[in-house]
Design a protein around this ligand. Structure first.
Ligand code: SAH
Length: 369
């Protein structure tokens, strides 16, 4: 009797915990917000049973607003030169890697190729490369927007001044991705060198919003020393910022950085954060990130099945892709752009979703100023 009782008791306790987690997920599904302690309770006590429930709610919530549509964005990685030293990043300014950059005409031509493959949003991403002066980016944006009227341009070029962001916006940029990386200041500071400022990054996001961009924030899951309290801060921050896009991917350890030997984020932890974000911000665009696909062969499909609704196939010139190595073992680095396009299409169809090649603005975006 004595031997059986503790097991029964612990099973009962587990059931009570599971019930509480389910009740909190249901409350979140209805109210779209929880308290700090409630989020923490979910993260601390979630089990494989309750995860299934969360994932299902994430999928259903997405379907209410976006059905099974998956928006495609053509990703152009324009440069791996970077003046910043994000400690986790494989192309930070301390890394001895072969550097490359595309000139403005190459970027414009890549966008043209992408347009011919059917893409209507181009994500122009790169390290913080001083080579691209404001006027060059303005010229590039104007040329692409002159060529194509039915497109959106998303920039992801890091922290710039208010004036630069305004000039890019005036020249035709529609969206800007700038992950906050970690809403916890302490964690942010652990992941970045002293000269990088948490306050400046957050301020950039506020500036972008004020100017009128569709703004993307986001963070890595499983980054060195990150705990559940830190992740809760990310959720609270997202709710207060109400961004139009949220990029969430696992941290993937790059063995040439100071964090070599640290463990990477896991698929399940990342999926939990994607699903919770869908419940908190039902109308936001949630990319299923390349990092998820690099972590697991069907990582991106899984994210689409818990609430994500965007994929960003790489359309960068194949010869340079391997050099944009923010983490190791990145997928799609040897494929051509049309191979990526076909591969993605197949993956989406396999999970009963459908590709949407429209511009796909976020439903919580109130329109261009
Ligand atoms: N310079 C731009 C683009 C950065 S690269 C900017 O500052 O916004 C895009 C994203 O890759 C980063 O925001 C970061 O979250 C992610 N990233 C960088 N290194 C990574 C790693 N080792 N594992 C997972 N994601 C990483």
């Amino acid at each position: 009797m004595n031997l059986i009782m503790p097991k029964l008791l612990s099973t009962k306790l587990d059931e009570t915990k599971d019930n509480k987690v389910i009740a909190l997920i249901d409350k979140l599904t209805i109210t779209e917000v929880l308290t700090k302690n409630e989020y923490l309770y979910i993260l601390d006590n979630i089990t494989s049973n309750t995860k299934k429930h969360l994932f299902n709610q994430g999928l259903l919530k997405k379907q209410i607003y976006y059905q099974n549509r998956v928006y495609l964005r053509g990703l152009i990685e324009i440069s791996n030169y970077c003046k910043k030293g994000c400690l986790y990043c494989g192309i930070n300014n301390k890394m001895e890697v072969e550097r490359y950059r595309l000139d403005i005409d190459e970027i414009i031509n890549t966008a043209k190729e992408g347009y011919n493959l059917g893409y209507r949003t181009f994500v122009i991403q790169g390290g913080e490369d001083s080579y691209y002066q404001t006027k060059m980016i303005v010229k590039m944006l104007k040329s692409i927007k002159d060529m194509f009227k039915d497109i959106r341009i998303t920039l992801s070029l890091g922290e710039r001044s208010y004036e630069d962001y305004q000039a890019f916006y005036d020249a035709g940029a529609d969206r800007y991705l700038l992950r906050h990386e970690a809403a916890s200041k302490k964690l942010y500071e652990h992941l970045h060198p002293d000269y990088m400022s948490y306050d400046n990054r957050i301020n950039c996001l506020k500036n972008l919003k004020e100017i009128g961009y569709q703004v993307g924030a986001g963070f890595m899951v499983g980054s060195p020393t990150q705990n559940n309290e830190d992740l809760v801060e990310d959720l609270l921050f997202l709710k207060s910022l109400n961004p139009h896009m949220v990029g969430i991917g696992p941290y993937l350890c790059h063995s040439d950085t100071v964090f070599k030997g640290s463990s990477s984020g896991t698929l399940d932890e990342t999926l939990v954060m994607v699903a919770l974000t869908r419940l908190i911000l039902p109308k936001t665009l949630l990319p299923s990130t390349t990092a998820l696909g690099s972590l697991s062969p069907i990582g991106r499909e899984k994210a689409l099945k818990v609430g994500a609704n965007v994929l960003m196939p790489n359309i960068s010139p194949t010869e340079h892709r391997i050099k944009y190595e923010i983490y190791q073992d990145k997928i799609c680095v040897t494929d051509t752009s049309d191979q990526c396009r076909n591969c993605i299409e197949g993956r989406v169809v396999m999970i009963d979703h459908e590709i949407d090649l429209g511009v796909g603005d976020a439903l919580n975006f109130e329109g261009k100023k």
